[in-house]
Design a protein around this ligand. Sequence first.
Ligand SMILES: *[C@@H]1O[C@H](CO)[C@@H](O)[C@H](O)[C@H]1NC(C)=O
Ligand SMILES: *[C@@H]1O[C@H](CO)[C@@H](O)[C@H](O)[C@H]1NC(C)=O
Ligand SMILES: *[C@@H]1O[C@H](CO)[C@@H](O)[C@H](O)[C@H]1NC(C)=O
Ligand SMILES: *[C@@H]1O[C@H](CO)[C@@H](O)[C@H](O)[C@H]1NC(C)=O
Ligand SMILES: *[C@@H]1O[C@H](CO)[C@@H](O)[C@H](O)[C@H]1NC(C)=O
Length: 508
Amino acid sequence: MRLLLATAAFALLSRCRAIGDTIDLGYAKYRGITNQTLGVTSFFALPYAAPPTGNLRWREPVPIDIGGTCGADPQNATVPGLICPQTIPGWAFELLEQFESIAHEFPSVAAELSDTASTGSEDCLHLDVIVPTSPASSKLPVVVQIHGGGLLDQRLALKWVQKHIAAFGGDPSRVTIWGGSAGGGSVINQMIFLHGGADDSLFSGAIAEFPWMQPYHDTPIVEAQYADLLAAAGCTKLACLRALPSDKLANASQAAYWAGYAAKRYGYGDFYFGPIVDGQVIKALPSQEFKNGHFTKVPLLIDHNVYEGLLFSNLSITQETQIKADLEQAWPGTNKSFYKKLFNLYPAWRFSHTPVDASPVISLLTSLLSLQPAVFHRSRIWEDYVIKCPTYHYAITLSEHGIPVYKMSFEAGTQLHGATTPYLISASDASGNGGAALASQMKKWFLSFVTDGNPNVRSNAFEIFWPTYSRGNRVLNVDLSSAVTVVRDQDATRRCGFFFDNSLLLRN
Ligand SMILES: *[C@@H]1O[C@H](CO)[C@@H](O)[C@H](O)[C@H]1NC(C)=O
Ligand SMILES: *[C@@H]1O[C@H](CO)[C@@H](O)[C@H](O)[C@H]1NC(C)=O
Ligand SMILES: *[C@@H]1O[C@H](CO)[C@@H](O)[C@H](O)[C@H]1NC(C)=O
Ligand SMILES: *[C@@H]1O[C@H](CO)[C@@H](O)[C@H](O)[C@H]1NC(C)=O
Ligand SMILES: *[C@@H]1O[C@H](CO)[C@@H](O)[C@H](O)[C@H]1NC(C)=O
């Protein structure tokens, strides 16, 4: 796993001591690398745990920041580390083929697809620490960016931050965790970790972007998944799996992905190897933990995009009747009366056309792949289940506990899963309608939440006040032309009530 730490670099106070590019953490010294243009010093791939290889594979991560210093010479932390090995769900191959057939129209997507072929390394429990070269204060607020991955590893990384971030000029009492997609799901999981807080105070704010809340598979599915992995690896025991070379294990896990999809153990859009209720770390489904008040009580910024479900829906669906079969595979145990209610809430007549007001990218996809209305019907059901309704549920529950929540519905950019990212992360501004101004404003909102716990403090370019959710379920809405308004949450519907009522059955 590789986490990214970034201290907010824009506070306009007096200049203080510039952090050198060598850091002494007591147990190790590291030399970072300064980029004068960006004004940041980066310390890449700092290990926060022993490499989880050999007998440590799949065990609780082992801290390494103990004992004496490793000698006087700093180690180079100047080159980014490798990501963990990746495999992809059985349904994703069809999607990749569909995208390859139109790759000439989407050079950036094509580049990303070829990246998925990169193998990575199991020695990936690393953090990148990025600090301003000329910090505005010696105690800056800290962002810990979390991608999806092992929850115990993330927890140890957060403990490492508590112990060591001060040496980099960070304030351990002001740590915001921030993740999107599976990383947004991880943020939610960190909020309910151990019922939400036996060892809290690891973070003081949370940003969950388009949190991916897929099914937390139950014991029979997880047992079958394990049996598939053993079989694919030619093993009968865990010790044998631990002894496998990394590339053989990656192949076996890809084979288990195939076998599981063929055996209908998980549905289209489900990444299968995800968090489960283990009774120890995650003690109950997120819906239940939030309902019961078992979550870390910190301010939350939460958002989602519009067509969250499209790239996680079978794009070959042409008939309404194919939707039910597809969803039955994703949601074992659903019966006739469930679908009767579901299709009352999502009647086919409401999805009789492909969207006319979607982003240019979605319009292009629709025409290139001849997407049928049924695809958008299925996509809407899946995105409500997996992202949109959970954001409503978390927002309203935290609000009821008096915790500030800021929710955004982001309808600009591609409108697809991940659409906010170019506006928040890239060094260059996102293009499109009013894109550059919006990108600048987005960064202000999010960083203002990080520094002040409130997105409004440092941002006024659009002269819009982003109210907390508690005042009438209000959300900030950014439309396709980058116009910003405050509206009532469009997820506050009977549809989301239905998904919440069925969350034990649908397991999220
Ligand atoms: C510094 O960052 C800029 C912007 O990302 C990049 O173009 C440049 O190559 C970097 N310089 C070095 C020395 O890495
Ligand atoms: C670290 O990098 C410096 C500069 O590139 C190089 O001179 C030195 O040999 C490196 N040290 C190690 C231990 O690799
Ligand atoms: C997608 O749907 C089509 C039509 O129902 C079906 O033939 C195909 O197997 C599905 N693909 C996947 C990956 O489930
Ligand atoms: C993994 O699978 C690929 C593709 O099927 C194959 O070429 C490769 O030899 C396999 N590697 C190992 C270590 O089994
Ligand atoms: C359908 O499932 C629901 C929820 O699990 C259950 O309450 C109901 O009894 C089931 N109906 C039938 C006809 O099996």
